[in-house]
Each structure stands twice: as structure tokens, then as C-alpha cells.
Design a protein around this ligand. Structure first.
Ligand code: NAP
Length: 307
């Protein structure tokens, strides 16, 4: 049964882009409802320490997520913790179907972000939650005093490694080449930690364990082809993300990597539908650029609703 209220804006995702869109919508006198799968914050909510969000020299991702969520609600945004199952973006009003019912909205801002990319190697699926993790801040404490691998060479991998170096006895950063995508400052910081060791030009070939947990990871040297086993209790996979755009692929234009095609005004190819944050085609995916998208998307939605 559809709710009687028809919101001006339905916001899918309650990370920095979604929360900012709700703040701008509320201040412009528009009604909005945000949908989040689990808890507020998206990827930001599971990031350990954030040092590049202006005004907050060092803040926990979860804390920043709760502050943004509170601010959005303070401006009148509603929120529902329920997974969006399908959307009808072409009807009028548009319909967002969730695990807790249908919601009618005049416009939609898609701010669903991205999910972790899997390695697709033997043992990954089998040991998920038993040594294979995609979130250092969520699971790091289970590896206190243990040796772990962080796989990846981007900002997430380095933030994870730095976070885990305070908990684990040893952290190996395994990366498939010699150069990193991560910021130079993070790489320098990690290099200064005695218990962080780099294993470069290496990919994960297999994750092995006993009947209960991971006990080792087999690596393959990308230059020599040589294989070696690293004894460890866990592996944190941080090899990038995949946009959560499956629900929209039949009606919205996506780029080859699956990101929703939209410019800085966040307008998509469907009238009244906007894409904001990590899910949008863009160069720099950061909290601050996600927030900027949220503001632009709400502004554009407001203009579109006035027509
Ligand atoms: P990313 O920047 O895309 O980095 C992914 C890393 O994984 C790359 O080093 C890549 O190697 C490697 N990789 C990809 N596929 C692989 C595979 N199949 N096997 C082995 N390695 C693989 O992803 P991210 O670190 O999650 O960051 C995503 C975005 O969020 C970035 O824009 C980042 O700056 C941003 N971010 C920002 C913050 C912050 O602002 N504090 C924190 C975290 C993330 P190659 O380099 O060889 O391609």
C-alpha cells in the first residue's frame, strides 16, 4: 500500500550526498524522505578517521555520519531504514518500493554510493566473515594482536592499514603494482609504521584456512609469477568499489563502469531524477565532493519541481 504523503524528493542513500541533499531540500521548504539500507553514512559511516573534511581536522566517519543525519532531520527530512527493492522513475508521481512498503515522490535523488569490489578468488566467499572482511573499522577488533593483510593500493587500503596497525601485530599491504592511488601523505604515514610491511607487485591467488578461520593467503608475484604463502589470520579487501546502480540500468544512462551519467547539475537522462555522490560519473569521489553533489542535486530538484 502506497503512503498517502507524496514527498517532493525521495532520496535513495543516506551518506554525505543524501544527507546534504536533505539539508538543502529542507532549507528550501521541500519535503524529503531518505532511504538507507543499514545505518546512516554509507561508506563514510564505516571509515575510521577522516582528516580531509574541512572544519573537522580529525573525525570518526561514524560520528560525522550521525551529525549529518541529525542535521538533515533537523531540517525536517524523514528517513527510513529499509532497502530499496525497485523504483518506477517514469511514473508520476514516481514510486520507490522498499522492504517496508511503497513511497510516492515527485522527484528522486539517487545517492546510493558504491559497494566493495570482490577479489573473486578461491576461499573469498567461503571465509567471508571468518577472516575475509571488507570493513576494517567494523571488524578490526576481531584481529587484535594478529597478523593481517590489506589488499589494495588506494586511500581505503591505506586508511584501513593505518587503522589496523594500532590493533594488529602486523599489517601487510599487498598491492598489484609499485605505484599507489592513495594520497602521498597516507603512503608516507604507513611507511613510518614499524608493523606495516609492503608487498608490491603481488595479487591474491587464494585464501586458505581451517574449518573455522583463515590461516593463510597465497600471493602471486605479478613480475616473476612466483607464488608464496603468507601466514595470517585475516585479509581486508580494499580493491575499489562498484556503483550500486543495478536498479536503474534499464532507464538511466550508465557509463561502462556502471556509474550514472550526470553532470555537475546531477541531472540524469530522466526528468526529475538526479544522481549525487559516488554513484555519479565524476573524477574525484570524496566526502566533500559528495556533499557538493547533494547540494546541487537538491537545488536542481527544486528548480525542476517549480516548473
Ligand atoms: P580505488 O581508489 O579505486 O583503489 C582501488 C585499489 O585497488 C587500486 O590500488 C587498484 O589497483 C586496486 N585493485 C583494483 N582491482 C583490483 C584487483 N582485482 N586485484 C587487486 N587490486 C585491485 O578505491 P578506494 O581506495 O576504495 O577509493 C575509492 C574512492 O574513495 C577514491 O576516490 C578515494 O580517494 C576515495 N576515498 C577517500 C577517502 C577520504 O577522503 N578520506 C577515504 C577512502 C577512499 P591499481 O591502482 O593498480 O588500479
Amino acid at each position: 500500500m502506497a503512503e498517502k504523503i507524496i514527498y517532493d524528493i525521495g532520496i535513495i542513500g543516506n551518506g554525505p550526498a543524501g544527507a546534504t541533499a536533505a539539508i538543502y531540500a529542507g532549507r528550501a521548504g521541500l519535503t524529503s524522505i531518505m532511504f538507507e539500507k543499514a545505518s546512516p553514512g554509507g561508506q563514510m559511516g564505516i571509515t575510521s578517521i577522516i582528516e580531509n573534511y574541512p572544519g573537522f581536522p580529525s573525525v570518526e566517519g561514524f560520528e560525522l555520519a550521525m551529525l549529518m543525519n541529525k542535521q538533515a532531520k533537523g531540517f525536517g527530512a524523514s528517513s527510513k531504514t529499509s532497502e530499496v527493492k525497485s523504483v518506477d522513475l517514469l511514473s508520476n508521481p514516481k514510486v520507490i518500493t522498499t522492504s517496508r512498503g511503497d513511497f510516492e515522490v515527485k522527484s528522486v535523488i539517487i545517492a546510493g554510493g558504491a559497494k566493495p569490489r570482490l577479489l573473486g578468488v578461491p576461499g573469498e566467499e567461503e571465509y567471508k566473515g571468518r577472516g575475509v572482511s571488507y570493513c576494517a573499522t567494523c571488524d578490526g577488533m576481531f584481529f587484535r594482536g594478529k597478523e593481517v593483510i590489506v589488499n589494495g593500493g588506494g586511500d581505503t587500503a591505506f586508511e584501513d592499514a593505518l587503522y589496523l596497525s594500532n590493533i594488529c601485530s602486523k599489517v601487510y599491504i599487498v598491492h598489484r603494482r609499485e605505484g599507489f592511488r592513495a594520497s602521498a601523505s597516507s603512503v608516507k604515514k604507513a611507511g613510518g609504521h614499524d608493523n606495516i610491511e609492503f608487498i608490491l607487485n603481488a595479487v591474491v591467488k587464494e585464501i586458505s584456512g581451517d574449518e573455522s578461520r583463515v590461516t593463510s593467503v597465497t600471493l602471486k608475484d605479478t613480475v616473476t609469477g612466483e607464488e608464496k604463502k603468507v601466514e595470517c589470520s585475516g585479509i581486508f579487501v580494499a580493491v575499489g568499489r562498484i556503483p550500486e546502480s543495478d536498479l536503474y540500468k534499464d532507464v538511466l544512462n550508465l557509463d561502462p563502469a556502471g556509474y550514472i551519467v550526470a553532470g555537475e547539475d546531477c541531472r540524469t537522462n530522466v526528468d526529475g531524477v538526479f544522481a549525487a555522490g559516488d554513484i555519479r560519473t565524476k573524477k574525484l569521489r570524496q566526502i566533500v565532493t559528495a556533499c557538493a553533489d547533494g547540494a546541487n542535486a537538491a537545488e536542481e530538484a527544486g528548480k525542476w519541481l517549480e516548473k
